[in-house]
Structure formats: C-alpha cells, structure tokens
Ligand binder design. Structure first.
Ligand SMILES: C[S@@+](CC[C@H](N)C(=O)[O-])C[C@H]1O[C@@H](n2cnc3c(N)ncnc32)[C@H](O)[C@@H]1O
Length: 243
C-alpha cells in the first residue's frame, strides 16, 4: 500500500514514520509513505498557498490551485488510481469500519489542512472522502493523517506481531474490549479478578464477554447493535439496566 501525504509541515512526520507500528510497516515494505510539501506546488515567488476568505471573516484559507496542481501531479504517479482523502473536522467520523475500508486501498492521498481549512471546491471536486478523527478542532491535519496512517498500517497483513489480537480488540465486534491484567497478581492491594487465574477458558471467555458488554453499555451504549447479541448477552444487558 502507498500513502501520500500533502502537507505544509513535512517535518512533522520525521519521527513518527520511524517508530512503532508505522515504522515497522515501512521497514517490512507493507506500506510506503511519501510526504509532499504543498508549497512546492505554488507558482509565485513567495510560494503562497493561502488567501483571505471571500465574504470576510477571520483566518486564511488554503487556495485551491496549489492543491489541485499537487493532486493532478500525484495522480500521474503510480500506483493508481488513488483514493483522495481530505482531513477535516467537517468530515465523516473515522471508525474501525472506515479504517478497514481504507486499509484495503492500494493507494491513499491524505490532504492535511491548515489555518481555517481548504477551499470547498477541492473538497467537492477533488476528494473521494472527507474524514474527521473526532469532534474537536486541531490546528492542522497532520496529527489526523498520522491517526489514519497508524490505524491503517496495523491492518496490513503481517504488520501486527500477533494477528489474532486485532480480532478481539475494541470495535471489532461492535463492543469496547474487556479489561486486561498482567503480573503481579496483587498490585497495591488490588487483586486480579479470580476468574482469570482459574485456567478455565470457557469461564474466562464468558467473563470477558460480560465485561465488554457492560463497559460498552455504560460508556458507549450507541455502539451496541441487538442483531449481534446472543440470548446470554441480552440477559446481561437486562441485568445492567436494572442496576
Ligand atoms: C483549524 S482547522 C480548521 C477548522 C475549520 N475552520 C472548521 O471549523 O471546520 C485546520 C485543519 O486542521 C485539520 N483538522 C482539524 N481538526 C480536525 C479533525 N477533527 N479531524 C481531521 N482533521 C482536522 C483539518 O485539515 C483542517 O483543515
């Protein structure tokens, strides 16, 4: 997979591309990341990329021409065709289902906005997707690009050290994950739940499912879809509701 990132701050990516899962994915050749400085696609001698908003108001807007020029250039560069994604707080929320969809693409182009954002004509006519990483406003799209990249890299075959672990994680089955414990058995007076020490895999599985359900019900009830629930799950939810 190839991910191209269009940014005004290429230096932002220097260390993250070497570390952790992204670094491993790049070293293994599972993913290739190319960073492009948006200013390189400006044509005036000051390398201008922004301008004042029509209609007035605070802040500057990223002009459409340099971004269009960059995208037209990148579309000629293999492999094609790329999926063009604008990172914006006005986009659709990134979730694990969307991450899975993106991770199956051969090539992504991630556009990082700055200032007050990007001229709407780029969003409307050059982008396949507009994605938000959450209901808050960042000062630039770079952290959002890294979030997308990290989530997508770990779904590339062979990148995750233990492939089974991703099947049990939060959101994989529509629920938040159950809690984890490791040694010591008692930490500052707090013991590990007894069931995890029994070696009884069926009891452990059952306990984890109940934990995942009750945690999801308490923190993110909107994630729970009745279709995916067993009669046992439904019984547990009835118990939680009564608490
Ligand atoms: C200060 S923000 C612009 C905010 C814009 N004026 C608005 O209110 O929607 C600058 C850039 O940061 C990025 N950004 C900010 N918050 C984001 C979020 N939640 N998800 C994805 N990108 C975000 C976008 O690329 C955006 O163009």
């Amino acid at each position: 997979m190839v991910v191209d990132i269009l940014t005004l701050a290429p230096g932002y990516f220097a260390s993250p591309l070497q570390e952790g899962m992204i670094g491993r994915g790049i070293r293994q050749g599972a993913i290739r990341v190319r960073i492009f400085q948006l200013r390189e696609f400006s044509t005036d001698r000051h390398r201008t990329v922004d301008d004042r908003p029509f209609g007035g108001g605070a802040g500057m807007i990223l002009k459409p021409e340099p971004i269009a020029r960059a995208l037209n250039f990148l579309r000629q560069v293999p492999p094609g065709p790329p999926q063009v994604v604008l990172l914006t707080p006005r986009g659709r929320p990134l979730d694990q289902a969307l991450v899975k969809k993106l991770s199956g693409k051969r090539r992504l182009i991630l556009i990082c906005g700055r200032y007050e954002g990007v001229d709407e004509r780029i969003a409307a006519h050059y982008c396949h997707d507009q994605i938000s990483i959450g209901d808050y406003v960042l000062s630039g799209g770079e952290p959002a690009a890294l979030v997308v990249l990290d989530a997508v890299v770990r779904l590339q075959p062979q990148v995750l050290g233990c492939p089974e672990s991703k099947d049990e994680e939060s959101y994989e089955d529509g629920l938040l994950e159950y809690p984890h414990y490791t040694r010591p058995r008692i930490f500052e007076g707090h013991p590990v739940p007894e069931v995890l020490l029994t070696g009884d895999h069926e009891r452990v599985r059952h306990w984890r499912r109940r934990q995942a359900l009750s945690r999801t019900w308490e923190i993110r009830p909107g994630l729970i879809r009745e279709e995916g629930l067993t009669p046992d799950d439904l019984q547990l939810i009835r118990e939680i509701k009564k608490r």
